[in-house]
Design a protein around this ligand. Structure first.
Ligand code: PSU
Ligand code: MN
Length: 302
């Protein structure tokens, strides 16, 4: 196997036995949620994947190695170390070379997963084209990764801190299928609605697995977005959260927050401005995505 990868025994055994595996990212642990909710989420999401018949592989960069699967001590390091680097495709080689601790975003986790031969990845939401992205050119590297790397990302859509319309246009141009899992509407992370439709709706894990199999067997390289709305009981309403999002966005502008600091800043401010309700929603949707991702991973091996 690859010279740069270190596997936990659990993941290594699953790979050898051709068992279903679901990749997980570390940026949501290090930059997406506060301690201690982040470590509780990180542990529980792994358990949900096991309970649904797959093996979890949380991915991060540590000691100059790409870790495919983390032990308890490593998970805690990502949850508690004060200045963990946020790693997207651009940062990957430098962080590996430096020996620093690097939390992988969707783009970097897809790279790690693909190197390890893992096809399904569960997260919260993908990055996208930011609002005013047509002038700032702030477009997440998650989108260009989805254009080229063969990993399906199960997520609750894209946050409405983003320009969802342009995000979907970008994905279309780059040939990335956007599948609605039991939904006709593309979800907006905290909310089940966005005002935009998905390209295709599928209601069964086996159907999703079949689409992925056909895409990759045809050599149509790149990922897919499997959009899975947050469960009703945990959802916020888009109309209720829009004001909070506007405020967080204008504060980011006033404080000249730019580059990779934008998304973590907005997530943290939205949490404060909703008295923690957005965090509860965030955690609930990650759990739901893990469950659906595990079922798709199982179907893909059937
Ligand atoms: N969505 C969340 N929480 C997060 C992120 C997205 O709900 O922490 C992270 C993911 O790791 C995603 C990254 O890949 O933000 C996108 O960052 P940027 O917008 O800087 O590309
Ligand atoms: Mn950005």
């Amino acid at each position: 196997m690859n010279n740069y990868l270190t596997f936990t025994d659990e993941v290594q055994d699953a790979l050898i036995a051709n068992k279903p595996i679901v990749a997980l990212e570390t940026t949501i642990i290090s930059h997406g949620m506060p301690y201690p909710q982040n470590i509780e989420m990180a542990r529980k999401v792994e358990q949900i994947i096991r309970d649904n018949g797959a093996v979890p592989a949380t991915i991060g960069i540590l000691d100059g190695r790409i870790k495919i699967g983390l032990n308890e001590q490593e998970l805690e390091a990502f949850a508690t170390t004060p200045r963990v680097e946020k790693v997207s495709r651009r940062d990957f080689p430098y962080i590996l070379s430096s020996g620093k601790i690097g939390a992988t975003t969707v783009s970097a986790t897809m790279i790690g997963a693909a190197l390890a031969g893992i096809e399904i990845f569960a997260t919260g939401g993908i990055g996208g084209v930011h609002r005013e992205g047509e002038t700032t050119m702030d477009i997440s590297a998650d989108l260009t990764e989805l254009a080229q790397t063969n990993v399906a990302v199960v997520c609750a859509g894209a946050k409405s801190i983003l320009d969802i319309g342009r995000t979907l246009e970008f994905l279309e141009t780059h040939g990335v299928p956007v599948v609605g899992y039991k939904t006709d509407e593309f979800p907006s992370f905290y909310a089940r609605e966005s005002g935009y439709r998905v390209d295709f709706r599928l209601d069964e894990p086996a159907q999703v697995a079949d689409v992925l199999r056909k895409k990759w067997e045809l050599g149509l390289n790149g990922g897919a977005v499997i959009a899975n709305p947050v469960p009703v009981e945990s959802a916020l309403l888009q109309q209720d959260i829009e004001g909070v999002i506007q405020q967080a966005l204008s504060e980011a502008k006033e404080q000249n927050i730019a580059g990779k600091k934008v998304t973590p800043f907005l997530l943290a401010r939205i949490k404060e401005l909703t008295d923690g309700r957005s965090l509860a929603t965030n955690i609930a949707l990650v759990y739901h995505n893990a469950q659906v991702a595990a079922r798709i991973a199982v179907a893909l091996k059937a």
